[in-house]
Design a protein around this ligand. Structure first.
Ligand code: NAP
Length: 282
């Protein structure tokens, strides 16, 4: 039976460390501030935004939100981003995705000052990650790296297979793992035989959004398995992309869903906001 990686506990510890840093900054007259922009009424986005506001409150980061009408124009959205870019009291700007289809999300991400891009989505920050330079790393892959660190899992020389190549999880995680000297393979929907690729990996990361996709026959004995997926079944149950029951019998480490990668994402966002505040006040 695998060691279950306790993301809740690592996230709690991370938030605690961030809270201490915020206290130190406040003594110097600096209060880190995050501004979240949400467009429209997406129910899932509302839940995520609420989690972010709660986390800010917990660690002492000032929080501000703009709920914009779903019909807002691209021009108005860019004007707001520009205003926040120029507001010295705002350290981090987060544009909650998805946006309504008439808006150009890539242009909006590019409009955010990369020094305030605490989500790590700006091409400048993505480029810096590729170059192995210090930058804002997208919060979910960053959270996964923090879990490896917390459990003293050294990626150097390991074969890592990442299933999923999204801009927010799979692709930045490739760079994070490469930067830690892993040998990385990426699978996606056009991969001919995911099982054949995954079953030789020392570390398997599933980030696809398909309930219980990774079965025991897809992982080798003692593999480390990271489950990024969050899938709600018709029964209301929340499950990951990994068939936890069977895979946990074979793996050496595994993240559960919920309570694995999920809690790390918001904790690393708090980490990034404090980093931004420190850099902007140097
Ligand atoms: P996404 O943008 O939908 O990307 C899914 C990726 O999976 C794509 O690259 C797709 O390949 C690949 N894929 C789909 N079906 C596949 C298959 N049968 N075999 C191999 N690859 C396949 O998803 P995402 O935003 O990365 O999210 C993935 C999952 O993680 C979702 O369940 C999401 O809710 C969850 N998530 C969790 C957190 C967290 O904080 N824990 C954060 C973000 C996302 P193509 O590129 O070829 O289409």
């Amino acid at each position: 039976m695998a060691v279950i990686i306790d993301g809740k506990e690592v996230a709690k510890k991370t938030r605690e460390e961030v809270r201490e840093e915020v206290e130190t900054l406040k003594k110097k007259g600096i209060t880190p501030k995050l501004t979240v922009i949400m467009v429209g009424n997406n129910p899932a986005s509302k839940v995520y935004v609420k989690q972010k506001s709660k986390a800010c409150n917990e660690v002492g980061v000032e929080y501000e939100e703009y709920f914009l009408d779903a019909k807002i124009t691209q021009k108005k959205l860019l004007e707001l981003i520009e205003k926040l870019n120029n507001d010295a009291s705002v350290n981090g700007i987060l544009l909650q995705s998805p946006l309504p289809p008439h808006l150009d999300i890539n242009e909006a991400f590019r409009a955010i000052d990369y020094r305030k891009d605490v989500d790590g989505f700006h091409p400048m920050n993505v480029g810096k990650l590729v170059l192995g330079q210090d930058t804002f790393i997208s919060c979910t892959p960053y959270g996964i790296m923090r879990l490896f660190e917390a459990y003293k899992i050294d990626l150097c020389g390991k074969n890592v297979v990442i299933i999923g190549r999204s801009n927010i999880v799979g692709k930045p995680l490739v760079q994070c793992c490469l930067n830690h000297n892993a040998t990385v393979t990426v699978c996606h929907s056009k991969t001919k035989d995911v099982r054949e690729v995954a079953k030789n990996a020392d570390v398997v990361v599933a980030a696809i959004g398909k309930p219980n996709f990774v079965k025991a026959d897809m992982v080798k004995e003692n593999a480390i398995v990271i489950d990024v997926g969050i899938n709600r079944l018709d029964t209301g149950k929340l499950v990951g992309d990994v068939d936890f029951e069977t895979v946990s019998q074979k793996a050496s480490y595994i993240t559960p869903v919920p309570g694995g990668v999920g809690p790390m994402t918001v904790a690393m966002l708090m980490n990034n906001v404090v980093k931004a505040a420190k850099q902007q006040n140097q």
